[in-house]
Design a protein around this ligand. Structure first.
Ligand code: ZN
Length: 348
């Protein structure tokens, strides 16, 4: 399994300054915190090992979407108070900073965080935003927020979230994301919502070409005005869609271990990361759900280089590419690129 390896190698990739554009808060919860919360909130957990297997992909788990998604289910029980929601956001940012992530766009699904206790969506979003502001300052990392809505849920809810997100641009929200069951649910009903979101100043990222085929990538770019594509690994199945992505210079947010664990790619070693790069697509490397996948971004950089033969120089370029694809004004992107360059030059 590619995600276990020596601490020496790990340390090498740890030192890289990093950019993560695709990380879900709900997939970034510290397991130790969950165990602690379970005790204080009277949530029943079995043994520690059993609990880990409930919320993290195990080596003998089936590599399927349904298995991967099942890991999110028990986590929902934990979103019980503003304090808990604030804490998990704070810790997720601390963990990214410790992995030398310098810039991160953290996404979360307000509806999922608010559901168990029926918290108002605007309040949930404000708790995460406030915690993000504090953690980013405390741990010296720049963080922006993206709100996610699910294709398999009602467009009405999505519309509400889109509006609340646009209202919170001054609080660090920069984008709107379409996630959820891409194989069975069309993005079409969401097109007007994403159009309006863009008019309201939000950038757009769409999960596409992960559970569904290349056609979904086309739909995301042409009909939902996607500024970036979440995953999109299946774009390689269709030359016309590839040409479209090349022409529009649409960045792809690739998440290697996640693609392997969900079965989106058949084997880790056949992950199309480098093929996408060679096809002149704009590719970034991200985590998706570090806690569920038992990874961090150092891990993903390591897999890219050591398992998928990405040269270190190309990895460095990929980090700058990610900064350039950030949902930030050009001047801020340039500032980050400048800082990253300075740091990267010190790594041989
Ligand atoms: Zn994702």
């Amino acid at each position: 399994m590619g995600w276990h390896t020596s601490s020496l190698k790990r340390a090498f990739y740890q030192q890289f300054p990093k950019v993560d554009l695709h990380r879900h808060l709900e997939g970034s919860l510290r397991i130790e915190t969950l165990l602690e919360l379970a005790e204080s909130h009277g949530i029943k957990t079995s043994s520690k090992t059993d609990f880990y297997s409930l919320v993290q992909v195990q080596e003998n788990d089936p590599l399927t979407f349904s298995n991967f998604l099942s890991k999110f289910q028990p986590l929902r029980l934990f979103y019980r108070s503003p304090e808990v929601i604030s804490r998990i956001a704070y810790e997720a940012i601390e963990d990214a900073a410790k992995d030398n992530v310098r810039y991160m766009e953290l996404r979360f699904t307000p509806v999922a965080l608010g559901r168990v206790e029926g918290f108002p969506l605007d309040e949930v979003m404000d708790w995460v935003a406030e915690s993000t502001r504090r953690a980013s300052k405390d741990f010296n990392i720049q963080t922006r927020l993206i709100a996610s809505v699910n294709r398999h849920e009602s467009p009405k809810l999505a519309e509400q979230v889109a509006q609340l997100t646009a209202d919170r641009i001054s609080k660090g929200f920069v984008g709107l994301d379409l996630a959820g069951n891409e194989a069975e649910f069309s993005a079409q009903p969401f097109a007007p919502i994403f159009k309006e979101a863009k008019e309201n100043g939000l950038a757009i990222t769409i999960h596409a070409g992960e559970w569904g085929g290349a056609e979904n990538v086309r739909e995301a770019i042409e009909e939902l005005n996607a500024d970036r594509i979440g995953h999109g690994v299946r774009v390689l199945e269709n030359a016309d869609v590839m040409a479209l992505a090349q022409e529009r210079r649409t960045p792809f947010e690739v998440c290697i271990t996640s693609n392997y664990q969900t079965g989106a790619v058949s084997a880790l070693l056949s992950h199309p990361l480098t093929r996408m790069m060679m096809a002149d697509l704009i590719v970034t490397i991200n985590t998706d759900d570090p806690s569920i996948s038992k990874i961090n971004l150092s891990n993903e950089y390591m897999i890219a280089c050591d398992d998928l033969s990405l040269p270190h120089e190309t990895l460095m370029e990929t980090i700058l590419t990610a900064a350039n694809a950030a949902f930030l004004p050009p001047v801020e992107r340039q500032n980050i690129i400048h800082l990253l360059r300075q740091e990267l030059e010190k790594i041989v």
